[in-house]
Design a protein around this ligand. Structure first.
Ligand code: NAP
Length: 287
């Protein structure tokens, strides 16, 4: 199986390394070419654009930043769907809009390709360690074909239904994370004001019913003053906006998620700190 991978940032690069380690042959493209150098050194082949990746491979994975980036690599000049994709499998792993997943599915199907949306959870460490959770929508037969590939990069992979179902599951995931990130942040702000020993608080509450992934992975980074991503705040704000827009289309109100979005808007749009990891939210209290 010849695998193409477009978008080799924090997540894509680590996923590609695990695919190479598992013995898959890779053809790669990223807007900033230097982010593929380590992969080429490990045996991957550089391609000049998404079309060239598609022409060289049978299965094309994409993992870029925002829905607008997804639009560009699929439908833009030298995009994936500008070439012959008959018989190929196309998988978007970007966290993106359910509606855009449906659009790609329809366009791919019309040209004889099988299409999946397969966003992930598990963070930069999950990508590095091959322990991601993958949430899949789209063509069930393609999912079955690619299960061994997903298993090479994850510890859990689940098919949820037609195109967009993977993205909707990821939105459900991000709605949960909105609560754990704001909870962790306000917990630390409160504990510090109360004069408590913060490492001891993190360890203790993490051993009880308040235990959660954000607490165990991001609170230690906050205590070290490490605000590097991880998971970019600008990407989390993008996710919260997609989740809330989609909820509105379904006529559902999510006031706590709305509040989390407002807080991340202050961090990203007003304070221009979108390149910090999501743990940077605490900078709204701690300068
Ligand atoms: P990232 O480091 O910014 O990676 C995105 C990569 O896509 C960048 O290298 C970027 O190139 C490339 N790219 C963007 N537009 C492109 C285009 N038009 N053509 C070619 N390459 C393009 O972000 P990330 O942390 O890996 O996240 C990727 C996606 O996964 C996001 O949707 C994010 O929400 C999601 N996600 C992230 C995490 C996490 O913990 N980091 C976890 C789960 C899901 P440049 O280098 O030129 O910018």
């Amino acid at each position: 199986m010849k695998i193409g991978f477009i978008g080799t940032g924090v997540m894509g690069n680590a996923i590609c390394l695990n695919l190479l380690k598992a013995g898959y042959k890779l053809w790669v493209y990223n807007r900033t070419k230097s982010k593929t150098d380590n992969l080429v050194a490990e045996g991957a082949t550089w391609c000049a654009n998404p079309k060239a990746v598609t022409d060289a491979t049978d299965v094309i994975f994409t993992m870029v930043g925002f829905p607008r980036d997804v639009e560009q690599i699929y439908f833009g000049a030298d995009g994936i769907l500008t070439t012959d994709v008959k018989g190929k499998i196309i998988v978007d792993m970007t966290t993106s809009k359910p509606k855009l997943a449906e659009k790609i599915y329809a366009a791919g199907e019309e040209k004889g390709a099988q299409v999946l949306d397969a966003p992930v959870s598990g963070g930069d460490l999950g990508a590095k360690n091959g322990t991601l959770t993958v949430m899949v929508g789209g063509d069930k037969a393609a999912f079955t074909t690619l299960k061994p590939v997903f298993e090479a990069i994850s510890s859990m992979v689940q098919y949820f239904g037609p195109a967009g179902a993977g993205q909707n599951t990821k939105m459900a995931n991000q709605i949960m994370i909105a609560g754990t990130m704001t909870g962790m942040t306000e917990m630390l702000v409160y504990a510090q004001k109360a004069g408590l020993d913060l490492p001891a608080v993190v360890k203790t509450v993490g051993g009880g019913s308040a235990a959660n992934w954000s607490l165990s992975n991001y609170a230690p980074r906050v205590l070290k003053g490490d605000y590097t991503p991880g998971f970019f705040s600008k990407h989390f704000l993008k996710d919260l906006r997609i989740a809330l827009d989609t909820a509105q289309e379904m006529d559902v109100e999510l006031p706590a998620t709305e509040k989390a979005k407002e807080l991340y808007e202050i961090l990203v749009d007003e304070k221009d700190l979108g390149d910090l990891g999501t743990q940077g939210l605490i900078k709204l209290w701690w300068e």
